[in-house]
Design a protein around this ligand. Structure first.
Ligand code: GN1
Ligand code: MG
Length: 362
């Protein structure tokens, strides 16, 4: 890896000598390294090198175009907002293709902390604020110029249709093992797909959305614990605002990790849901329409089922999409999301009250 990173660094014209590198293991798709250089002055400077997963992102050049457009827009309109700085090669490109399968980009490392989980409700609220603010900052941006980097990424109906067509094929003979999971997904299929259908029908506003709002995609200041910048801009596309909210709470309000094997530890934490909602709604307040505010809970349920069906689909089609560290990793992830969905269903009414209360108090 050292040799590859060294070549990539040269291509991006990074000054100084490569001193050290370490893999960053957060993320299920791309490979990321923190790479540190000694500069001529003797000072150290770190960068993030990322190899984009071209199996997942079939057209990574389009991703880089989207990122360039969005970050330039924010930089111009909100000069005080920290944005990610991507380096360029001699050819003026913000990426470098090493060989056919190796698509690299280099970003300045931002000294910060990230949270995979936090019991600090202040942090939870701030991450809600950061994602809400990100959407608000992009509310004047013309989404039609963005490439749809993964078509139908959050089209829950299509995701479910795909799952059920793969269940019929059962290419890897794994379907009988997951009969219970399939039964539950089938029982909620229509309810989970509803919002995506209404979105396709034009009943729900199309906005520029982040589409991968896990709290570890917000960089926080080490000392003040305030958000600095929203990262992981690979899936910025037109979408539903409420799905950004939903994807974030399904992650941050889970009492366990996303691949917790002991499902008895998985609950949906209503306190964290409230804190995140407070941050997100206060940052987007005034721009969200009633149809968006009124469906935040349904969106949360829907995206949880959607992700469960994506994990399950990957499991029954041979684990080609998400990085797995053991054979049944995707199945464990599926069960985890389904347990969470069940708890969301149980707490549905309470969650609706929380949203109502939060909206009233803003
Ligand atoms: C993937 O790699 P990461 O953590 O940024 C996935 C998201 C899922 C998430 C689940 C492009 O994101 O959609 O919600 O895993 N990203 C893509 O952990 O598929
Ligand atoms: Mg991501």
């Amino acid at each position: 890896m050292y040799d590859t990173l060294k070549i990539v660094g040269i291509k991006f014209r990074l000054p100084g000598e490569l001193y050290s590198y370490e893999p960053i293991t957060i993320g299920n798709i791309n490979a990321t390294y923190k790479v540190t250089y000694t500069q001529d002055s003797g000072k150290m400077k770190s960068y993030l090198f990322q190899r984009v997963n071209t199996h997942v992102f079939k057209n990574p050049v389009e991703i880089m175009e989207n990122i360039d457009r969005v970050t330039s827009y924010i930089r111009e309109k909100y000069p005080d907002q920290t944005t990610l700085h991507f380096h360029h090669t001699d050819d003026g490109l913000n990426y470098y293709i090493y060989d056919e399968d190796s698509f690299w980009r280099v970003i300045n490392y931002v000294d910060s902390v990230t949270f995979n989980a936090s019991d600090d409700l202040g942090v939870v609220e701030s991450s809600g604020y950061a994602f809400g603010q990100f959407q608000t900052q992009l509310s004047g941006f013309d989404g039609s110029v963005l490439h749809e980097t993964i078509p139908d990424f959050h089209n829950t109906k299509k995701r479910l249709d795909t799952l059920f067509s793969h269940i019929e094929k059962d290419e890897f003979g794994r379907v009988s093992e997951v009969a219970k999971e399939i039964e539950y997904i089938a029982s909620v299929r229509e309810k989970a797909a509803e919002l995506s259908v209404r979105f396709s029908d034009g009943e729900i506003p199309k906005r520029v959305t982040h589409n991968d709002t896990k709290c570890n995609n917000v960089l926080f200041d080490r000392h003040t614990k305030k958000p600095i910048v929203v990262i992981d801009l690979d899936t910025i596309m037109p979408g539903m605002s409420m799905y950004d909210f939903a994807d974030a709470v399904r992650f941050i309000a889970n009492t366990a990790v996303e691949d917790e094997p002991d499902t008895s530890r998985i609950f949906f934490d209503t306190g964290k849901f409230r804190a995140f909602a407070k941050g997100f709604i206060s940052a987007t307040h005034g721009s969200l329409e009633p149809v968006e505010l009124n469906n935040l809970v349904k969106a949360t349920f829907s995206i949880t089922i959607e992700l469960a069906s994506r994990f399950l689909d990957d499991y029954i089609t041979g684990d080609k999409y998400f990085k797995c560290t053991y054979p049944k990793h995707n199945l464990v992830r599926t069960r985890c999301q389904l347990e969470l969905a069940r708890d969301i269903e149980l707490k549905w009414q309470e969650l609706e009250w929380i949203i109502k209360d939060v909206v009233e108090k803003i």
